[in-house]
Design a protein around this ligand. Structure first.
Ligand code: SAM
Ligand code: NAG
Ligand code: NAG
Length: 420
């Protein structure tokens, strides 16, 4: 067996080569951009900032290396050697030895942290709810995943509660450059979308302090079924992205949500209704027997419906209503009509029809939850849904979303609110 020191040397020389290649590509790109410019332009950014951009790019590219090429420790050590100042700033002088490992094993870690993507998600939240519903209010994000983008709502003086079943501690080499990019984008947006009332420094503090020590951002390790630590009747707005399709139980989840919401408050969710195993075959999980499905989800390696819980729109609405939430807005999402999609719908539903209902609960299920109510009869693959908390126990006779219409609002509800 080779001594460890030699293995490390080999590893480092390989990695050094990769790094040199990375750096030259980055430098080449920035040079070629310069050359393409017809009139040489002087950058408005100070020199220091440009090198920070390069360091962010290095960190970003590192994060895209195949996970097993470098151990978590080696990656951190190498970045520390390459860019000691940035890594110091990104780690807030704390030891983060375990956090990269936690990130790698997180169920939502299917892509890298992309500042632009999360910034877009943040702006989407601001657009959905609007300033008036957010400013000075209390916001709850359910299942925020690998990075808490809604911490930026601090810029609107919003108190943020955020839950995650498997939280990742701050990872300097990932969250550091990520929040730097987010900060740049928010700074730009504060001159446009967000406006001058947005408190930039307050929003930036979360990243600058490595996600710690802010009394108005409360990260809680809990499930939607429990919502431990969220005060009773405190929430003005709640939101989730790709979470409702992963919860294990409906009733307890909406019961917990009702406990923490204020009467009259709003709760919106983006839900992916597809079988996550193969998005081209979004209904395959209905063809599995209930017993096998249960074994694969609760009994599976993740211990919860990692590939989707199969719950349909009517089930979410029913659980919501029985806990005091009325459905006020619905978007039925689907692919644009195409022959393959329509054929898949027909074949899958024909197969489902033939399965015994006592072993396959979705066999005789209302077709309105599958494709009958989308505008073009394509399979409904996603759902954006908003509930208003009425505050007084179970609701009956709530207004039903119109079938055949993709975008529906309750007659007395609009997402748009007059800006103050
Ligand atoms: C597909 S990820 C989405 C993460 C994040 N919202 C995003 O968009 O990147 C699903 C998330 O749901 C969370 N989750 C799964 N079951 C949950 C439950 N019962 N209650 C709350 N969150 C849950 C997981 O921890 C995971 O982070
Ligand atoms: C938020 O609070 C500030 C300061 O008290 C106030 O000027 C502003 O109008 C409030 N915004 C809303 C939407 O209540
Ligand atoms: C922030 O919001 C709180 C209410 O949640 C309010 O009392 C306070 O005045 C607000 N501060 C600013 C600076 O808007």
């Amino acid at each position: 067996m080779r001594p460890a020191i030699c293995r490390h040397r080999l590893l480092y020389s390989t990695v050094a080569l990769v790094v040199v290649a990375f750096l030259s590509v980055i430098r080449m790109n920035s040079q070629s951009n310069d050359c393409e410019c017809p009139v040489p332009q002087k950058s408005t950014k100070p020199e220091l900032h440009q090198s920070a951009d390069v360091e962010i790019e290095i960190a970003r590219r590192f994060a895209t290396l195949p996970l097993d090429l470098l151990s978590a420790d080696d990656q951190t050590r190498l970045l520390q050697n390459l860019m000691p100042d940035s890594m110091k700033r990104w780690s807030c002088n704390q030891d983060h030895a375990e956090s990269e490992k936690a990130l790698r094993s997180h169920p939502a870690m299917h892509s890298n942290l992309d500042g632009q993507e999360y910034f877009n998600r943040f702006i989407r939240v601001v657009r959905i709810f609007g300033w008036k519903r957010l400013e000075n209010k209390t916001f709850l994000e359910l299942g925020y995943g690998i990075a808490l983008m809604t911490a930026l709502l601090r810029g609107m003086n919003t108190t943020v509660y955020a839950t995650e079943i498997q939280p990742i501690p701050w990872v300097p080499s990932r969250h550091g450059p990520f929040f730097d990019v987010m900060y740049d984008l928010v700074e730009k947006a504060s001159k446009e979308d967000l406006g001058p009332r947005f408190h930039l420094e307050k929003a930036a503090a979360y990243g600058r302090q490595c996600g710690r020590g802010l009394p108005d951002v409360k990260e809680l390790t809990t499930t939607m079924e429990r919502l431990d630590g969220v005060p009773v009747a405190s929430v003005d707005v709640s939101y989730s992205l790709a979470v409702l399709e992963h919860i294990s139980e409906l009733e307890p989840s909406f019961m917990a949500l009702a406990r923490v919401h204020r009467p009259g408050s709003l709760s919106c969710h983006q839900v992916d209704l597809r079988d996550h195993s193969d998005f081209a075959q979004p209904w395959e999980f209905f063809l599995t027997s209930d017993k096998d499905f249960y074994a694969k989800t609760v009994g599976g390696s993740q211990g919860h419906p990692y590939f989707g819980n199969r719950f349909r729109m009517s089930q979410f609405m029913k659980a919501a209503a029985s806990n005091g939430f009325e459905t006020v807005h619905v978007v039925r999402q689907h692919e644009p009509a195409n022959p393959e999609g329509l054929r898949y719908a027909k074949e899958a539903l024909d197969t489902l029809d033939r399965l015994p209902a006592d072993t396959h609960k979705y066999s005789k299920w209302p077709r309105s939850d599958f494709n009958e109510c989308t505008s073009d009869k394509m399979p409904q693959t996603g759902l954006f849904i908003c509930f208003r908390y009425a505050g007084g126990g179970p609701l009956t006779n709530t207004e039903e979303p119109t079938c055949g219409q993709d975008v529906w609002y309750r007659s007395d509800f609009s997402l748009k609110v007059a800006e103050s």
